[in-house]
Design a protein around this ligand. Structure first.
Ligand SMILES: [Zn+2]
Length: 120
């Protein structure tokens, strides 16, 4: 499953970061996902629950931040946001746009951890 391998690598990334914070618990992981990355958020959430089981990430929340597709339009001399993925044409002038500036991201945007030791 596509999403499970994505989530596994996300968990690995977070675990590496966590190595610098012994005893820390992860509260929230924010993922930045481009609209072209072709992932299904429900599947990501489902896989996240499985992949984090028994790890320091267990019980943390996965927040998926979907970023729109941005292409650079030469005639308009600016980056334009595609309205949909059916057509790779500039929504302003109608010219084909090929220069992808944003939309394939799949990365950990931020990790929120709780460094406080066990509360009395
Ligand atoms: Zn244009």
């Amino acid at each position: 499953m596509h999403e499970l391998s994505i989530v596994s690598s996300v968990v690995d990334t977070v675990m590496e970061t966590l190595a610098a914070y012994p005893g820390a618990k992860v509260k929230e992981v924010r993922l930045r996902v481009g609209a072209l990355a072709a992932v299904v958020e429900d599947s990501l959430q489902f896989c996240y629950g499985i992949a984090t089981e028994g790890t320091d990430l267990e019980g943390s929340k996965l927040v998926v931040h979907v970023v729109p597709v941005l292409m650079h339009c030469v005639p308009c001399a600016q980056d334009v946001e595609l309205a949909g993925l059916q057509s790779f044409r500039c929504p302003r002038c109608g010219e084909p746009v090929l220069d992808l500036r944003q939309g394939r991201e799949l990365e950990v945007e931020s990790i929120e951890i709780d460094e406080v030791e066990e509360k009395a």
